[in-house]
Design a protein around this ligand. Structure first.
Ligand code: PLP
Ligand code: COI
Length: 335
């Protein structure tokens, strides 16, 4: 197995195995490791027509001491269950989820990028309904698969800033819809805005609250985060955004540094007042945003590099993940 560990990017690459659980007759099966990516389901399966599917994203890191640790897997288990409840899918026990993650990481240990490469092993759990049906109702059978992909930076420039564009034509989620869960359909709904943003040279679209289009919701694949000129941490509060585990952790790190944290509604015009803006999430970690276009308007931030406060947060976060800093919050779980 030959890998260019320092230049993985964020793309699908096959690994040794994925772990699968099947739900039927009201219970989950034992997990089984598969050495194939293929799966046989009916063309009438619920997921293909009615979209009963939710996913997760978390990472395992090769730490300084050589051990492999997973970042906050319990949080992903809980969020998967919140998605499952909303989409009328069966929940999966949190402890079994964490065990499954450990098992699949251990089986794919050779795919965890080396310490110092900047990479990690991305874990992608996906839960979907497989019952053949034509009437709209919840599936009776489900599959939970956790696959693994070695990854580097999500955007090809690494921690270098990206430009963004406010999506004015379409929303990714409806008011009181599915924005607060990780429904697969949210991502299908965001593709049209992402396509438009990319055509304008922006790798990421920024969505507004779908009810009033007055407040900032989040980016298509990550939460919105800003630092004010007087050094406060500001992030959006909205019932149509995904509760990011990265953002939640960064808020704790900010508090550790004595940085005031404000989780509140953020008006679009406030974009003019911020010193630093970034996208945060498992895949993007903290990706600084240098410009946000909104029609003819453009908001500009540090063009060349990551801002000083974001850098501090990034260093502490990745320091904890790779074992360079003490894990004072007890976030890392050994595989
Ligand atoms: N918002 C959206 C829409 C996402 O897809 C993600 C990625 O999972 C996030 C936010 C960040 O969440 P987390 O930090 O838990 O990865
Ligand atoms: C993640 O950050 O884990 C995500 O799921 C975002 C994206 C790749 C859809």
């Amino acid at each position: 197995m030959e890998m260019d560990w320092a230049n993985l990017g964020f793309q699908f690459r096959p690994t040794k195995s994925n772990i699968r659980f099947h739900y039927a007759d009201g219970k989950w099966s034992e997990g089984k490791l598969y050495n194939t990516y293929d799966i046989t389901i009916s063309v009438a399966a619920n997921v293909l027509h009615y979209g009963q599917a939710a996913f997760e994203g978390l990472k395992a890191f090769r730490c300084k001491d050589g051990k492999v640790r997973i970042f906050r897997p319990e949080e992903n288990a809980k969020r998967l269950n919140s998605s499952a409840r909303h989409l009328i899918m069966p929940e999966f026990p949190v402890e079994r989820f964490v065990e499954a993650v450990k098992t699949v990481v251990r089986d794919n240990i050779e795919y965890v990028p080396p310490y110092g490469s900047g990479g990690s092993l991305y874990l992608r759990p996906v839960l979907f309904g497989t019952t053949p049906q034509i009437g709209v109702s919840p599936s009776r059978e489900y599959e939970l698969v956790i696959m693994t992909v070695p990854v580097g930076a999500y955007y090809k420039n690494g921690i270098k800033p990206v430009e963004s564009m406010i999506a004015r034509d379409f929303d990714r989620a409806a008011p009181h819809g599915t924005g607060h869960i990780k429904a697969a359909g949210n991502y299908a709904a965001s593709l049209i805005s992402s396509k438009k943003a990319k055509e304008q040279g922006c790798p990421v679209a920024l969505f507004l609250d779908p009810a009033s289009h007055t407040y900032i919701d989040e980016f298509g694949t990550s939460n919105f985060l800003a630092i004010t000129k007087d050094g406060r941490y500001v992030t959006s509060q909205s019932d149509s955004i995904l509760p990011s585990i990265t953002n939640k952790s960064l808020m704790e790190i900010a508090s550790d540094f004595g940085i005031p944290v404000e989780r509140r509604k953020v008006r679009v015009e406030e974009l003019a007042d911020f010193a630093e803006v970034a996208a945060c999430g498992t895949a993007v970690v903290i990706t600084p945003v240098s410009k946000i276009y909104d029609g003819d308007k453009v908001y500009s931030y540090n063009a060349e590099t990551v801002g000083p406060v974001m850098k501090k947060l990034y260093d502490r976060m990745t320091g904890i993940q790779y074992g360079d800093c003490e894990d004072i919050h007890g976030w890392m779980v050994e595989a």
